[in-house]
Design a protein around this ligand. Structure first.
Ligand code: 13P
Length: 262
């Protein structure tokens, strides 16, 4: 089954509304007057995930192009006393279609657990959003030889009670924590090994082979213009979740072009 490549930019806590709208203009300019990336055929889907207050400006600027817009988090409740959180309905109202869930920075700094990732995922699906669920081991876990065990726990936890049908709107992002923002990218082989492991795991978790075959698994962690082609050429790597390089229009465009050839 052919899986459409997804190139996603996670802007993290960068770019306010004015700067974010300008960044979208600059990304579009990299592609000339034509649609920036295009949604048909073999071309990759392109997603950008700004911070909450930048979403509306970016949605407006992305209109008429093929750029997709997503948020970086979602709460499981529809509304209520949850200071600092945001609901699926609020995200929908902003016009977003995607949401990142369980990023390692959320796990590391904000107490995100496999159980809360699962609750947030259910809320995303209930609200018709496509979820990009992040998993990945720390350096200590890799050095202890527990990468697969950690990733398995995270994938099983995130996907508890999720149906094969729901999986059509789930993307998994493998982001080794030691590779995020460090410039220390996983080798093509290291990344491919874990991606193949995750795909094998999906095979055991869902009786329909459509899930393992159809679920996109992105790589994230210091992906850039120089290393993207090698990573994206791996059979089980279906795109990238990109931090730093997604803030540089020329680099992001180079990654998208590499994905077009993959
Ligand atoms: P960097 O590309 O900056 O390493 O960040 C990766 C990431 O965390 C994307 O979610």
């Amino acid at each position: 089954m052919a899986r459409q490549i997804l190139i996603a930019g996670n802007w993290k806590m960068n770019k306010g509304a004015a700067d974010g709208a300008q960044l979208i203009k600059d990304i579009k300019a990299q592609f000339g007057a034509s649609c920036s990336c295009c949604c048909s055929g073999k071309k990759p889907e392109v997603l950008v995930c700004p911070t909450f207050t930048t979403l509306s400006a970016v949605v407006a600027e992305a209109q008429g192009s093929c750029l997709l817009v997503g948020a970086q988090n979602i709460h499981w409740a529809d509304q209520g006393a949850f200071t600092g959180e945001i609901s699926g309905a609020m995200l929908k109202e902003c016009g977003v279609t995607h949401v990142i869930i369980g990023h390692s920075e959320r796990r590391q700094y904000f107490g995100e657990t496999d159980a809360t990732v699962n609750q947030r995922l259910k809320a995303a699906l209930k609200n018709g959003l496509t979820a990009v669920v992040c998993v990945g081991e720390t350096l200590a876990e890799r050095e202890a030889g527990t990468t697969n065990a950690v990733v398995e726990r995270q994938v099983r936890g995130a996907l508890a009670d999720i149906s094969a049908d729901d999986m059509k709107n789930v993307v998994i992002a493998y982001e080794p924590v030691w590779a995020i923002g460090t410039g220390k990218v996983a080798s093509d082989e290291q990344a491919q090994d874990v991606h193949a492991f995750i795909r094998g795991l999906l095979k055991t978790m869902f009786s329909c082979p459509c899930v393992a075959d159809g679920t996109r698994i992105l790589y994230g962690g210091s992906m850039n213009a120089a290393n993207a082609a090698g990573l994206l050429a791996q059979p089980d790597i279906d795109g990238g979740l990109i931090g730093g390089a997604s803030l540089k229009p020329a680099d992001f465009a180079t990654i998208i072009k590499a994905a077009t050839k993959a």
